[in-house]
Design a protein around this ligand. Sequence first.
Ligand SMILES: O=C(O)CC1=CCC(=O)O1
Length: 260
Amino acid sequence: MPMIDADGCLLNVSVEGRDGGPTLMLSNSLGSTMQMWEPQMKALTQVFRVIRYDRRGHGKSSVPPGPYSLERFGRDVLAILDDLNIAKAHWCGLSMGGMVGQWLGANAPDRFGKIILANTSCYYPDPTRWHDRIKAVKEGGIAAVADTVLAGWLTADFREREPQIAANMKTMMLTTPVEGYIACCEALSTLDQRELLPRIKSPTLIIAGRHDMSTTVADGEFMRSRIPGASMTLLDAAHISNVEQPHAFTDAVIGFLTQR
Ligand SMILES: O=C(O)CC1=CCC(=O)O1
C-alpha cells in the first residue's frame, strides 16, 4: 500500500480492482478506517479501480497536530489523485467522507465524475455535541464515547443480530488515535458548507439512513434540494449504512455510477 505525502502528512492509500476500469475513490467516516468499506470491496473491484485511504489522524495515516479543516481534507484527496496520476474519479464518501465530497465537488469539479454523499450533512446548527464529545474524549479517551457513538452507527436490531460486526466496528473506533479523532471533531464543530452545494455540478446521489439520528434524512433532503439534479436513496439503516445494509448500499453505488 503506498504512503502518499500530502503537505507533509503521510496518507495510507490502497489501490485495488480493475486495471483500466473507471476510478472510484472511497472516503471513510469519523473514527473508522478504509476497512469500513470491506463489505463493498468484492463487488466494487470487479467494476472499478478502487482507491481507499485513511483520513489524516486515522488508521495508518500520520496524525499531524489539529485542528483540521474540510479544505485540508479535500486537498489531501487531490494530493492522492495527483500522486497516482489520476485525472478524474468518481467519489463515494460516508459521513465525513461525504462532507469532503461536497468540498471537492464544489472546489475541484474537473476531477470528479459522479459523486455519492452517504449519511452526511453540510451543516451542524449546534456545535455543542462536538464540543461535548471533544471534552469527553480529552478526559476519558475514545472509550468514553464509544458505546454512544456505536449506538448511532448501527441500529440495536443489527447490533443484536451481528454482534461480531458491531464489535469489530467498535474496535476500529477505539484504535483511532485520540489526537486525530479530536482534530476531526474540531473540524466538524464549525462545519457549514451550505453555500457550496449549488456549486456541485457533478451528477450526485445522496444516500440516507431511515434510522440515522446523526446525519438525518432531513439533512440528506436538504442537500438533495440544493445540489442541482441530485437524487436520493433511503436505506433501512442507521449511520454506517454501508455496513448495516451492505447489499443495498453496493447496489445503489454500482447502479448510480454505471447508469448512463
Ligand atoms: O461519529 C458520529 O457520531 C457520526 C459522525 C458524524 C460525522 C462522522 O463522520 O461521523
